[in-house]
Design a protein around this ligand. Structure first.
Ligand code: GTP
Ligand code: MG
Length: 170
């Protein structure tokens, strides 16, 4: 059948968690050591072929700074998928990710494919959030979970691929 899907995807999470870096890695295959903090939000698109469909992601990379929090509903409203990003070296960023999950559970599209990304997995020696506690939290909340590194590219394509596979088909 005609399985060309357009899917709005939003990235949410604390400032500095690596949202823009994950998008840059996925869309352009690049990594910038001194990535600038996002102002408002940035838009990208990228097409991905999965076994039974071609998915065009329309990606909203939101700004994690608190002063932009009130803009977030504009970006997650109507989204088919969300990636909530935290930094494995920051317990604050994990707490913030949980807040985003709560907000999406209350206000988001109930069919949204929600994914938790523990980013900066390359910084194992600075890790503060264990894989196990994040895995348990994700399981309890029905989230798909992966640890990623925008720097080394570990699991970056995979996370988008897994989301594409989980999107409801027309
Ligand atoms: P805001 O736009 O402020 O919300 O931040 P953000 O979530 O978009 O974070 P950003 O992508 O700007 O990354 C913040 C910093 O972390 C940058 O200096 C990146 O180079 C660095 N960074 C991002 N991802 C990784 C990663 O996987 N590993 C390492 N070591 N550093 C990373
Ligand atoms: Mg950013």
């Amino acid at each position: 059948g005609n399985n060309n899907l357009n899917a709005k995807l939003v990235l949410l999470g604390d400032m500095g968690a690596g949202k823009s870096s994950l998008v840059l890695r996925f869309v352009k295959g690049q990594f910038i050591e001194f990535q600038e903090s996002t102002i408002g939000a940035a838009f990208f698109s990228q097409t991905l072929a999965v076994s039974d469909a071609t998915v065009k992601f329309e990606i909203w990379d939101t700004a994690g700074q608190e002063r932009y929090h009130s803009l977030a509903p504009m970006y997650y409203r109507g989204a088919a998928a969300a990636i909530i990003v935290y930094d494995i070296t920051s317990t604050d960023s994990f707490a913030k990710a949980k807040k985003w999950v709560q907000e999406l559970q209350k206000q988001g599209n109930p069919n949204m494919v929600m994914t938790l990304a523990g980013n900066k997995a390359d910084l194992e020696d600075k890790r503060k959030v264990t894989t196990e506690e994040a895995r348990v939290y994700a399981e309890e909340n029905g989230l798909f979970f992966m640890e990623t590194s925008a720097k080394t590219a570990i699991n970056v394509n995979d996370i988008f691929h897994e989301i594409a596979k989980r999107l409801p088909r027309a």
